[in-house]
Design a protein around this ligand. Structure first.
Ligand SMILES: [Mn+2]
Length: 398
């Protein structure tokens, strides 16, 4: 944030109709443009598209978008493709009663007049995006806080480098897009969810920026603190613990990077990967962690997935991941993210499947070695030293 914006923000109060009059009237204020867009689409049915493995920031922002849309008689279905896999996310969805629809290839998308991308720009929800394109459903809005991807035809784009997308939605609420009423249950729930979204995306405010704190201050008037405590105290599953154990056992530490492959995992355990990466980062003399594995989807498809975390301020993980793993044939990056947290997903395609254990093992070793080589080369390990780091870590769970 530059000095000018910061000065402007300082004039904002945290408790209500707060924006200075001149800014509220300005035509380029996002909330006004979003209001105009929703007004123009009154009475329609929209699809809110989430990333394949939605996190609390995505879930809460989608929930907020759904409530805002209802103000304009717009029915908005929240759709995602992967799994709700983190124990806290399952709890969040249950407690909030958020209604989610899981994407199926035979879903009739023709019922939607428009799509909204929340906490993503389509590249982490590529299957749904492709289906929407086939069904001629236009993308009406993108609200996100990741690095900007090109989406030239979208009428409403609000991408800001805030700590969370929930921060942007909290601002919409504060600016009157959904007049908040503390006695209404769904308003308490949306405030609670957005607060949790900001907390998880900023590492409990450790990486929060001024606008995230402003948003949290506003939400604190409505949120249910007990509910947040309940969501956050959910225990990890046995499988998640097991994947963390594998990451710990398989990790290779080079130049303060801790790198671990964990072999194959199922879609329901997807979220154990970032949790393991978070855990490896807690070791002393480690500033960056990477945990990866081969995800076996419910449909038998396979993809190499990974999560990366860093505490090193000078390391831009978004750039790092894009640089190391590159783009697919269509020119889209396999991954990216924020400065301190990023991930990637590379479809294995033709090599997927195979029930033969030996073949599975061989395949894992090839991918394991390839990821390590790419990462270690980028870190600066020379080819003579490379061999000693490439002893394959077994994919076996026992
Ligand atoms: Mn987010």
């Amino acid at each position: 944030m530059n000095q000018h914006q910061w000065t402007e923000r300082k004039t904002m109060e945290v408790d209500g109709q707060a924006m200075p009059e001149n800014r509220r009237q300005a035509p380029d204020v996002p909330v006004d443009r979003l209001r105009a867009l929703l007004e123009a689409h009154r009475g329609e049915r929209h699809i809110i598209v989430l990333q394949d493995y939605p996190d609390p920031d995505a879930l809460s922002s989608a929930f907020a978008h759904q409530l805002i849309s209802a103000q304009f008689d717009i029915t908005a279905d929240i759709v995602y493709r992967g799994r709700i896999s983190h124990q806290q996310n399952t709890a969040l969805v249950k407690i909030l009663g958020i209604e989610l629809r899981r994407f199926e290839p035979d879903m009739d998308l023709g019922v939607y007049q428009g799509a909204v991308l929340v906490d993503n720009q389509g590249n982490t929800a590529s299957a749904i995006l492709a289906a929407l394109q086939t069904a001629n459903v236009p993308i009406l809005a993108v609200v996100d806080h990741h690095e900007t991807q090109e989406r030239p035809d979208v009428p409403f784009v609000d991408i800001r480098r805030t700590g969370a997308t929930a921060t942007i939605y909290a601002e919409y609420l504060q600016q009157g897009l959904l007049p908040m009423d503390g006695s209404r249950k769904e308003h308490v729930l949306v405030a609670t969810a957005l607060m949790h979204g900001i907390m998880t995306d900023t590492g409990n405010f450790i990486r929060a920026k001024p606008e995230d704190f402003y948003a949290a201050a506003f939400l604190s008037q409505y949120r249910d603190a007990e509910l947040i405590a309940q969501v956050m105290s959910q225990a990890r599953s046995k499988q998640t613990m097991e994947i963390i154990r594998l990451a710990l056992g398989n990790r290779v530490i080079v130049e303060n990077f801790s790198v671990a492959g964990i072999g194959y995992l199922r879609a329901v355990d997807r979220d154990a990967i970032p949790q393991a990466a978070d855990f490896l980062l807690t070791e002393e003399n480690v500033h960056t962690s990477l945990v990866y594995g081969i995800l076996i989807g419910d449909d038998g498809s396979e993809s190499l997935i990974g999560s990366m975390r860093t505490r090193k301020l000078t390391l831009d993980l978004d750039e790092f991941i894009k640089d190391v793993f590159g783009k697919d044939a269509a020119g889209r990056y396999f991954g990216g993210g924020k400065l301190s947290a990023a991930g990637f997903e590379i479809p294995i395609g033709f090599l997927a499947g195979g029930t033969n254990k030996e073949y599975q093992e061989l395949k894992w070793q090839a991918f394991d070695a390839q990821v390590k080589q790419k990462i270690l080369t980028r870190i600066g390990v020379n080819s003579a030293d490379m061999a000693k780091y490439l002893t394959p870590a077994s994919s076996q769970r026992q």
